[in-house]
Design a protein around this ligand. Structure first.
Ligand SMILES: Cc1ncc(COP(=O)(O)O)c(C=O)c1O
Length: 460
């Protein structure tokens, strides 16, 4: 047998298991049927002493793992901000693994660099961001936030005459990081990585939007280099900061402005929703995720920096053994060197959907949220607590205990899935409409599931 036969047998088996799994997802109960310990037992906990039959290993893997999978690809799964996977994106992702290119350098993979270059250009076009920006394909919005803040740190310190790359932070002018009270935790993490310390928090309004006047006051109350972090899409309300006004205030104070738009930045791709991102293009850096709204497989974040040189100065490395391209290499504007060519499924999805298809996707998600919110509000005792402007819906019952009980009953039944959170002083059930497959029928089935959960709690 030639090696290609081994590949063929295993890939055929993997394809068979994958299709079987995908076939089950829409109707399978959403919660996992096995916990971590049970899956470890099923896998077998002992490292084998000798080489095993690869086909048996693959079967053991799929048999052991499938019961412990959360069916988060279900069109009735609303937890966190997850999204599903488009068929074309999944198929392209398989090819990425097959080609096994190192996507960090133009020399190590001219082809996937070309694909990612185009995907980057198309993204800037779709999102209405400056065409010369650096686009980095990173693991997720957490790393994309790190990229934006790293470029900002380098840039604002350099403007004071301090070269952080050679001098480090000890003795440097203090960089003030200013963010809204409802920023995502990954912004705090990026600040930790970068030695920026805790952000100064500016109050947010009742939808979680940063108060622009308070931002201007916070910047005026102090001096020295500053970075402002804004948000497109609050995880509870879906609300968007008034970025146009906030950037004007921040730039007036000489600050770098980064926008965390993990799922919200995609609103810019819809002519109907683009008003939400009005003025966003005036910021300095942006973070978003393709594994959320664009529905490509994990891991697929996107880091965008308007001033390519700022990103390159902050994150680029040079070494004699690397074969450096004359133009910049993909690794020079992100924290990683070797990596999979994760921009390829992004390209495939954009090439398939086209401009109108991306707009239609974003609008369908937002319309799904509006329809869901309207129908949930008609269930006796259920209150929608946010202004539904995008893809997020938060509901509450008369008290926290009932809210928790309804969410638990919903998950117990397993037809539709959402988790609780605490927002604006209340326990809420959060619904994030992020899956391309969540159509009107799935929303209607979700509403019926919530109705049953409320009835179970009220009757119980
Ligand atoms: C607003 C926001 N920022 C950042 C993140 C982090 O994204 P990731 O988990 O892709 O790193 C999330 C995740 O949900 C988010 O909603």
């Amino acid at each position: 047998m030639s090696p290609v036969d081994d590949y063929r047998d295993l890939l055929d088996a993997a394809r068979h298991r994958a299709v079987e799994w995908l076939d089950q997802v829409p109707e399978r109960p959403i919660p996992p049927a096995a916990d971590v310990g049970e899956v470890k037992d099923a896998l077998g906990r002992t490292l084998p002493e000798s080489t095993q039959d690869p086909r048996a290993v693959l079967d053991r893997l799929a048999d052991a793992v499938e019961p412990g999978l959360l069916a988060s690809q279900s069109p009735r799964f609303y937890g966190w901000v997850i999204g599903g996977t488009y068929p074309v994106a999944l198929a392209a992702d398989w090819l990425v693994s097959t080609w096994d290119q190192n996507g960090g350098m133009r020399h190590s993979s001219p082809s996937t660099t070309a694909v990612e270059d185009l995907a980057g250009e198309w993204l800037l076009d779709l999102l209405g961001l400056p065409a010369a920006s650096a686009v980095g394909f990173v693991t997720g919005a957490t790393t994309a936030n790190l990229v934006g803040l790293a470029a900002g740190r380098e840039h604002v310190l350099r403007k004071t005459g301090w070269d952080v790359n050679t001098e480090g932070l000890t003795g440097a002018p203090r960089v003030r990081l200013v963010a809204g009270a409802e920023r995502h935790g990954s912004v705090d993490l990026a600040a930790r990585y970068l030695g920026l310390g805790a952000a100064r928090l500016v109050p947010s309004d009742d939808q979680g939007r940063i108060a622009v006047d308070a931002l201007a006051d916070a910047l005026a109350d102090g001096e020295g280099p500053a970075i402002v972090c804004l948000q497109a899409g609050n995880v509870h309300s879906g609300a968007f900061d008034d970025v146009g006004a906030a950037v004007a205030a921040a730039h007036e104070a000489g600050a770098w402005v980064h926008v965390d738009g993990a799922f919200g930045l995609w609103a810019a791709a819809s002519p109907r929703l683009a008003h939400l991102t009005h003025g966003y293009e005036t910021a300095d850096s942006w973070a978003t995720d393709a594994h959320k709204t664009l529905n490509v497989p994990y891991d697929s974040g996107i880091a965008i920096v308007a001033d390519r040189e700022a990103a390159r100065t902050a994150l680029g490395i040079r070494a004699s053994y690397l074969v450096a391209a004359e133009t910049s290499d993909p690794h020079e504007t992100v924290p990683e060197m070797s990596r999979r060519s994760r921009g390829v499924p992004v390209w495939a999805t954009l090439a398939w959907l086209g401009r109108q298809g991306v707009a239609a996707l974003v609008e369908r998600l937002a319309d799904g949220a509006t329809t869901l919110a309207d129908a949930l509000a008609r269930i006796d005792g259920v209150e929608v607590v946010n202004d539904v402007v995008y893809t997020q819906v938060c509901v509450a019952l008369s008290d926290g205990a009932r809210t928790q009980a309804v969410a638990a009953a919903l998950r117990e039944e397993g037809v539709a899935y959402a988790y609780t959170s605490h927002w604006q002083g209340r326990d809420v059930v959060r619904f994030s409409v992020s899956n391309w497959a969540t159509d009107g029928a799935e929303v209607a089935a979700t509403v019926e599931a919530v109705r049953r959960a409320v009835a179970a709690v009220d009757g119980g």
